[in-house]
Each structure stands twice: as C-alpha cells, then as structure tokens.
Design a protein around this ligand. Structure first.
Ligand code: IMP
Length: 195
C-alpha cells in the first residue's frame, strides 16, 4: 500500500520508512504538481491536518504529514507553530536561534525548560483522519553546541542527557525525538486502518 508523506525532506521520508516497514512510503517529489500548503493553522494539529488532507486529496492516496516546533515554557509555548519563521523568514535556522537566545538572555537557567512537539496526521482520500502527538522534554542552553540536526538542536538539551540534540547521532535522536515518537505512535493506526 502506497502512502504519501507530505514533505520534500529526504530525512523525514527515510525515518518514516524505517518506522512503517511494509508500506511503500513516497515523498512529494513523486508528485511535482502538488503545490506546497501554506501553514495557516495556529496549532500543530491544524497544520499537520491541512497538509495531510491537501496531499491525500491531490494524490488520491493516504497521506501522512507532520508539523513540529519548539515550545519554551517561559515564552508561554512560543515559538511553537512559528518555530520555522520566528525571526521573520521561513527556514532561517540561525536567525531563529539567535532571536530566541536574545529573548531569554536575562532568564535564569532554572527557568529555561522547553520541549519539542510533533503532531503527525494521517488523512485518507475519503476524508478520514487521525492525529497523534510526540513530545521531547528538555531545556535550553545559551551557548550553541553540536553540528548534527537542524533548527534549534544546538541549544536544546533533552531531559536525562547533557548533550544537545545537535550532539546526538541521527539514530540516537530518532529514538527519543518528538517526530520519532509521533511517527511510532501513528504506525499501529496506519496498520489498523490500511492493512
Ligand atoms: P517543520 O515541522 O518541519 O515545519 O519544522 C518546524 C520548525 O520547528 C523547524 O524549522 C525548526 O525550527 C523547529 N524544529 C522542529 N523539529 C526540530 C528538531 O528536531 N530540531 C530542531 N528544530 C526543530
């Protein structure tokens, strides 16, 4: 059974393929005519569903989409759904990280709790849908460390570790990450609905 993952990110496609073995996971590169969906939602779930339904309708196949971000306690959960465009330009990872560090520069360390959240959505061409959420709790540090990963990884230390998620290998991060957790929670639902 073919499932479209609503992304052009090869890393995400590979991760979902590892978790959903037995299914033929393809990315949006197989559907060049499907346009990118504008993320107009104000929650991770809304955005994940927007993307999954748009692709399920356009491709006529079951579609999985995810939406994720960093939620900082002292900022009332921001950057949240605005994580990718926090500094004003979509995908400016360095600018986003620097703005966030500037915003919390006077906040005592003990108040730097944060978590990554990922909502994964499955949408079917008949309009059916399911969503699940994965969370990675941790805290922010002020001095970026590590070169793996992307986005806010160099300033995020997961609970129970002293390394940032940018200092973990891809496998170590997959095992604990919000996205890994959400995709693993979605897997039995996909199998139940589509097998
Ligand atoms: P998206 O869900 O791929 O659109 O990601 C949204 C944004 O959240 C990214 O651009 C990053 O800024 C941030 N983000 C989501 N997941 C991670 C992660 O695993 N590490 C670092 N940043 C992340």
């Amino acid at each position: 059974m073919k499932i479209v993952l609503a992304t052009r990110n090869p890393g995400k496609i590979a991760e979902l393929r590892r978790i959903l073995s037995g299914f033929d996971i393809v990315g949006l590169e197989e559907f060049p005519d499907i346009e990118d969906v504008v993320e107009t939602g104000v929650t991770f779930e809304e955005n994940a569903l927007l993307k999954a339904h748009a692709v399920a309708q356009a491709a006529g196949l079951p579609a999985v989409a995810d939406d994720s971000g960093l939620c900082v306690d002292v900022l009332n959960g921001m950057p949240g759904v605005f994580s990718a465009r926090w500094a004003g330009r979509h995908g400016d990872d360095r600018g986003n990280l620097e703005l966030l560090l500037a915003q919390v520069s006077d906040v005592p360390e003990r108040h730097l709790g944060a978590h990554f959240t990922c909502c994964a959505a499955l949408a079917l061409p008949d309009g059916g849908q399911r969503t699940v959420e994965g969370i990675l709790p941790g805290r922010l540090i002020r001095e970026p460390r590590g070169t793996n990963g992307f986005g806010y990884d160099p300033i995020f230390v997961p609970e129970g570790d002293s390394r940032t998620t940018a200092e973990l290998t891809a496998g170590e991060k997959d095992a604990i990450s919000h996205r890994g957790r959400a995709f693993r929670a979605l897997a039995p639902i996909v199998r139940e609905l589509l097998s």
